[in-house]
Design a protein around this ligand. Structure first.
Ligand code: F6P
Length: 339
């Protein structure tokens, strides 16, 4: 019997529980592996906090947001004696391999551990959809749906008041959520880090639209766009800036350039909360079951990924490069509808 440890680290994301359930159910079905849940991400691995997972332990969690294992932003490389405590927990629980479910920072840590001989299998996770080596990450579809619903609501109030509304969405370095939700919600302009546009140009687009008789506009802003004036952000332990609020800087500029009343809605963590969409449940389940197979079959230092319609495994190193940006062709489609 091999023992598979599973942990969720970094920011949460709808679908984490579906992955945990997938790993556990597949291990139970195979009959050659047991599963141990590691609590609160790397922190639990360092501090030896675990709980056994069997089929009953993961019933009823498929559609639940968050993570039954908890998560944290503690990291074994940044914090203290990392490796030694990790080794201790693995030995104490007879863990043969750890399935690490995480975003770019977590996967980079998993890669470092793998390079130092620790047995890991990665599962990519982020609502931002920007991890290299996979076509989609679970959680993204849910976030896009939440933002689209918000835009649908904001349109009617913007229209009633003849306002411009800036909807700020997550997307630290890449504008996937902004582009997809902007397309789905019929945004009049979308600002993303990959394709910076001077605010004068945005104002021209909005003025043209209003001249044509549409006296309200929705502009989707990815949180990671360059602010009009430099801002110092606090950083998390992976060195990532804690973003949020750039739309409040952009709004007065748009208002001054257009003369239109401009308001802001920052959707923030709403985008990560609640129940995953059917698409994310299925994707997360497939990634979880595939990760259990890789782990039980003795594969190490790899990550499960979606390529086209298939789940494949790729070297972890392939995921730990520059984040994947929005395809220019896709953004060109969105741009067709600006103004
Ligand atoms: O990477 C996912 C993400 O949701 C980003 O879009 C966002 O900038 C960040 O996490 C927020 O992290 P936290 O919840 O730690 O503030």
């Amino acid at each position: 019997m091999s023992v598979i440890g599973v942990l969720t680290a970094g920011g949460d994301c709808p679908g984490l529980n579906a992955v945990i359930r997938g790993v556990t159910a597949r291990a139970v079905e195979r009959g050659d592996s047991e599963v141990v849940g590691i609590l609160n991400g790397w922190e639990g691995l360092m501090e030896g906090r675990t709980r056994p997972l069997d089929r009953d332990a993961v019933r009823g969690i498929l559609g639940r947001g968050g993570t039954i294992l908890g998560t944290s932003r503690k990291d074994p490389i940044v914090h203290g004696d990392g490796y030694e405590s990790v080794r201790r927990t693995l030995e104490a629980n007879d863990i043969d391999v750890v399935v690490v479910i995480g975003g770019d920072g977590t996967l980079r840590t998993a890669l470092r551990l793998a390079e130092d001989g620790f047995p890991v299998v990665g599962v990519p996770k982020t609502i931002d959809n920007d991890i290299a080596a996979t076509d989609f990450t679970f959680g993204f579809d849910t976030a896009v749906q939440i933002v689209t619903d918000a835009i649908d609501r904001l349109v009617t109030t913007a229209e009633a008041h003849n306002r411009v509304i800036l909807v700020e969405v997550m997307g630290r370095t890449k504008g996937w959520i902004a582009t997809h939700a902007g397309l789905a919600g019929g945004a009049d302009a979308i600002l993303i880090p990959e394709y910076p546009v001077p605010l004068e140009e945005v104002a021209t687009v909005l003025r043209r639209r209003h001249r044509r008789g549409h006296d309200y506009s929705i502009v989707v802003v990815a949180e990671g766009v360059e602010p009009p004036a430099k801002v110092e952000h606090a950083k998390d332990i992976f060195g990532f800036e804690r973003l949020g609020g750039v739309a409040y800087q952009i709004a007065p500029v748009i208002e001054r350039l257009t003369g239109f009343e401009t308001r802001v809605t920052v959707l923030g963590h709403l985008q990560r909360g609640g129940t995953p969409t059917a698409f994310d449940r299925v994707l997360a389940t497939r990634l979880g079951t595939a990760a259990a197979d890789l782990a039980a079959d003795g594969k190490r230092g790899v990550m499960v990924a979606l390529r086209g319609a298939r789940i494949v495994d790729v070297p972890l190193a392939e995921a730990c490069v520059e984040p994947r940006g929005v395809d220019p062709e896709l953004f060109a489609v969105a741009r067709t509808f600006f103004g």
